[in-house]
Write a protein that binds this ligand. Structure first.
Ligand code: ZN
Length: 150
């Protein structure tokens, strides 16, 4: 009596094909000739990311994250389209971290870390404005006051 040899696909082999969340269970199942549920089982056991079609590509850098949430207005001020503190302060939430959008915009605009608190320049009277040139840190306030004629 002839025995039918069923090729054995090991879990390791399945896992080797599940390289990222971009690979679907179905494509691996078809390639290896195993069931979809078997592939899914391996994926879950190894706690690999679940396949998601058309997954949003995460922002590569905080600079990009800031630019995406900053909406410049025609009048020179800028709005924040990202998340906010319950009191209204714009927040940059990126890769699980959170800071005020003012600090992030300041770093992006002036290329340095702000000193002390960030406030709006006297010329800007728009609440929660995130235009880079409308933000100043303590170092800039001190310099402005020292240079201002009295
Ligand atoms: Zn402004």
């Amino acid at each position: 009596m002839a025995t039918v040899k069923v090729p054995v696909v090991t879990d390791q082999e399945i896992a080797r094909h599940l390289t990222s969340a971009e690979v679907s269970n179905r494509s691996v199942a078809q390639k290896l000739g195993v069931s979809w549920s078997r592939v899914d089982e391996v994926r879950q056991r190894l706690q690999l990311a679940t396949y998601r079609r058309g997954r949003r590509v995460p922002e590569q850098s905080w600079e990009e994250a800031v630019r995406k949430r900053l909406k410049e207005r025609d009048d020179g001020h800028a709005e924040w389209t990202g998340s906010r503190h319950p009191l209204g302060t714009p927040l940059l939430s990126w890769q699980g971290r959170s800071e005020t959008a003012y600090r992030a915009v300041f770093r992006l605009h002036y290329g340095r870390v702000p000193v002390g608190n960030i406030r709006h320049v006297p010329d800007c009277d728009v609440e929660h404005c995130v235009a880079g040139e409308h933000l100043e840190d303590r170092a800039m306030r001190d310099a402005r006051r020292a240079g201002g004629a009295r």
